[in-house]
Design a protein around this ligand. Structure first.
Ligand code: UDP
Length: 378
């Protein structure tokens, strides 16, 4: 049987975790197509992977429509949305399977795939809950998923449970954990720190886009309680979270952390930065559907301190492969940082266990094989 012709659809041109997954996922599909609602670094990245990338004429600025906007606020956009659906339907007719990689891409793809009579796979990278989506949005998403998809791919049991709790059909769900490969690196942490001009002494790092629910402010509160520990914060406000970025800067000044906290902006060298720190902190306040940085740190032999919400407990095997702390608790986080900085004797075994677990459970190859199988059977 010839390989199906696949159309990958994504609403954003920026690259956060979900788009990094897509960039890996398209590897077996050289020569196939992607349809993006706007241009940006993702367009270049997918083109570099050998995809034919088409950018909508009507999608620019759509990413600024907040996920929790009411249906009424979205009304003036309806003409543009209709135009994108028309473009998408034409593209869908030239392909055998549609693969939507984001919530906004999915909603429009559901209409287009139905009109074009093509099977649709939704890669749901979010926890569908009231923290991130309005009630109408949740209802619409789940109804469309139930009626229009061949499969809903989720990265964790936590994401699957949330989808099913909202009324999603259990038999549609396929759990496919994110796969990650980290390039081999023989440099020592000290060499990397010197090269990248990172602070000396105890150093922790946070590596995710700046957003209130990602919890960087809790790290700042914890640092105020852990004198002598410096922190690098990589990541930018990718999806309209600039006021939060400004709040973080004000907090640094108010808490007197100016000489210990270093904002690095959006980086393309996270695995190398990660190897240079003494601990990686994953401070999300709301449940995470996955948490790529957890696996990246496990692969880099770096201790993980993560909030116990969403998929983190699964990935860290309930604390066997890293330290779990309650979400939003600066005191608990400060205590965990202090403990890890002392390098307790059990840490070496935990790091070894974490690396082996990351390699056996979260490889790119496993992810590609499973998703290719799902596309082939759609
Ligand atoms: N990341 C990056 N540059 C940065 C900050 C983060 O490339 O400056 C990467 C990070 O290494 C990880 C991803 O962005 O692979 C974030 O994924 P995660 O699952 O932690 O969160 P998401 O963005 O999907 O909510």
């Amino acid at each position: 049987m010839p390989a199906p012709r696949v159309l990958f659809v994504c609403h954003t041109g920026s690259i956060s975790g979900a788009e990094l997954v897509l960039i890996d996922l398209v590897q077996p599909w050289v020569g196939e197509s992607a349809f993006l609602f706007e241009d940006g670094p993702l367009q270049q990245a997918l083109t570099a992977k050998g995809l034919k990338v088409r950018v909508s004429r009507w999608g620019e600025g759509l990413t600024d429509v907040r996920r929790d906007s009411s249906i009424l606020k979205a009304f003036p956009l309806i003409g543009r949305l209709g135009a994108i659906i028309a473009e998408l339907t034409r593209e869908a007719r030239r392909h055998d399977v549609i693969y939507a990689n984001s919530q906004k891409a999915f909603v429009l793809s559901a209409v287009a795939a139905t009109l074009a009579r093509r099977p649709l796979i939704w890669h749901l990278h979010d926890i569908i809950s009231s923290e991130h989506f309005g009630a109408t949005q949740r209802r619409v998403q789940v109804a469309l998923a139930n009626y229009c998809t061949a499969k809903v791919v989720v990265p964790s049991q936590a994401a699957a449970d949330a989808f099913i709790a909202q009324g999603g059909r259990k038999e549609l769900v396929a759990i496919v954990p994110n796969g990650l490969d980290v390039p081999p690196d023989v440099s020592t942490p000290l060499e990397i720190r010197r090269e990248l001009k990172l602070p000396e002494g105890p150093l922790v790092g946070v590596f995710s886009r700046l957003a209130a629910w990602k919890g960087q402010h809790i790290v700042l509160q914890a640092l105020a309680k852990t004198p002598g520990v410096s922190c690098i914060i990589a990541g930018a406000a990718l999806f309209g979270e600039e006021p939060y970025a400004e709040k973080l800067n004000r907090m640094v000044a108010d808490l007197g952390l100016g000489d210990r906290v270093h904002f690095l902006g959006q980086r393309g060298d996270v695995p190398r930065l990660m190897r240079a720190v003494d601990a990686m902190i994953h401070p999300s306040i709301d449940p995470e559907p996955f948490g790529r940085t957890l696996v990246e740190a496990m692969l880099a032999d770096v201790p993980v301190i993560a909030t116990d919400a969403g998929a983190a407990s699964d990935i860290l095997e309930a604390g066997k492969a890293g330290t779990l702390v309650p979400p939003g608790d600066a005191d608990a986080l400060a205590a965990a940082i202090t403990k890890v900085m002392l390098r307790p004797p059990e840490l070496a075994g935990q790091l070894q266990y974490a690396e082996a677990r990351a390699r056996s459970h979260y490889s790119v190859d496993q992810m590609l094989q499973t998703v290719s199988g799902l596309i082939g059977r759609a």
